[in-house]
Design a binder for this molecule. Sequence first.
Ligand code: NAD
Length: 475
Amino acid sequence: MFIDGEWKEAENNAKFDVFNPATGEVLAQVPDGSDKDISLAIEAADRAFSSWSSLTAYQRSHYLYTAWKIMLDKKEDLARIMTQEQGKPLAAARNEVQYGADFLLWFAEEAKRVYGQTIPSARPDQRFIVLKQPVGVVGAITPWNYPVSMITRKLAPALAAGCTVVLKPAEATPLCAMEMFKIFEQAQLPPGVVNLVTTLDPKPVGAQFVSNPIIRKLTFTGSTRVGKMLAQEAAANMKRISLELGGHAPFIVYDDADPVHAAKGAVLVKFLNTGQACISPNRIFVPRHMVDAFTKEFTLRVNAMKPGNGMDKDVRIGPLVGPDAVSKVENQVKDALEKGAHLITGGKRLTDGPLEKGYFYAPTVLTHVTKEMLIYREETFGPVAAIIAYDPEDDVIEMANDTVYGLAAYVYTKSTTRAMTAFERLKFGIIGINDINPTSAAAPFGGMKDSGMGREGSKEGINEYLETKLGGFSI
Ligand code: NAD
C-alpha cells in the first residue's frame, strides 16, 4: 500500500492472493489493509490537503503532466500487467493504458481552467464574486474491468482541482493500481497527496469513506447495488458523491442501416473486454425482416474471434473475471433458452486444453430474445449478444428506454432525422450514432437513472471535485 508517500505492508501483516483469470495461477500477494490502515491513509490525505490545495494550478498541472509522460513510457509494462491480472487481450490493454493516460494530460490542462465568476448585483454598493475551491479529501473506489483508466479518470480531476485522495482498487486488480502509484511516486507527488489501500474486504473502506468526517467526497465506479448502498450511507453524512454504475445498453439498428456495417460495429462493442464493459450493448434491436442478414454477418464475425489467454497473439476474447461471472452468464443463457431463445453460436463454457483452468465462456449469439427473459432486463457483463426482433409498428426507442439503466445507447441509421430523434429521445447519458466508441477524455462520461450520477472526463469532470463559494462584497 502507498500511504503518506511510503510503500507499506498492512498493519497486521495480512495479505491476499491476486489471480490470473486466464490460468488460475497466483500472480502475487498484496497487503490486505485493515481499518487502521484506512484511517492512516485518510489522515495522511488530510495532512497533505492544505499544502496541495495551496499550490498554483500551474504547479499541480506540472505534476500531472509529469505523471502522464511517465505513464506513456511505461505503457507496455502496464499493459502486460493488466492482461495478466485482468485478462483482456494485450492490444486492448495497450488501448486502455493510452485512454488512462489521456485523463492525466486532459486534467493537467483543465487544472488551469478552473474559472470563477463575477455577477452584477442589483445594489450599487454590492459586488458578487464566485470562487471555485477543492471539496477536500476524496475517497475513490474503482472496479476491476478497466483497472488503470478508472483510476486516472478519478484521480486526475481530483488532483487538478486541489483535492487529495485515498484510493481503494478492486480486490481482483490491485497490481495495476500499484503500478499507477509507482508512477505517481516517480512524478514526486508530495507525501499524502495520493494514498493507496489494497484490501480483500471492501466493506470497511466503504464504511469509512461514507462516515469519516475528513472525507468530503466519494467517487465510486462499480455495480448499481453497491453504489446505491454507499449513496444511502453517504447521504446520512452529507458527503458529495459521483457514481458510475451498471448499464444495459440498447443497440438499435434501423431498417435503412447497412446490416454489414451495423453488425461489424455491434460485434466490436459487444465483445469489448469479453462483454465486461458498462457500455456494452445488452439488447440488440433489429427490424424483423433484417434479423437473418444481420445475424449471419454478426455470427461470422463472432466465430472469427479467437478466445484464449490475452498474452497470446491473435486472441480477441479473454477470460471472464471469475467463477461468479461465468455462473451469471450461464444462468442468463439457460433462462433464455428455456423461454424460447435460439442459440446461434457459443452457449457453453470453454475448457479445452489450456483454457481449462481459466474462466472462459464462448462468445455467444442468441436470437428470438423476448421481454420475459432475464437477459432482456439484467446487465450480462459477459460475451453474450441478445438479438431482439422488432416490427414497424413498435416504438423501438420506447423499447430501448424500458430499463432502469441509462448509461450508453447505440443507433445505426442513415437518416439524419432518425438519428436526431433517437439522440433526443433516448434516456441514456452516452449515445453512439453509427459510432461504437463515443468515449474520450475530452467527452463527458456518465449515466442517468440507475446508472449513476455525475460525469467523468471533459470540462465537467473537474466540477465533481469543486465547491462553489459566493462572496458578497459591500463597498
Ligand atoms: P462491485 O460493485 O462489486 O465492485 C466495484 C468496486 O466496489 C470494487 O472496488 C469493490 O471492491 C467495491 N465494493 C464492493 N462492495 C463494496 C462495499 N460494500 N463497500 C465499498 N466498496 C465495495 O462491482 P463489480 O461487479 O466488481 O464491477 C462491475 C460493475 O461495475 C458493473 O455493474 C459495471 O457496469 C460497473 N461499471 C461501471 C462503469 C461506469 O463507468 N459506469 C465502469 C466500469 C464498471
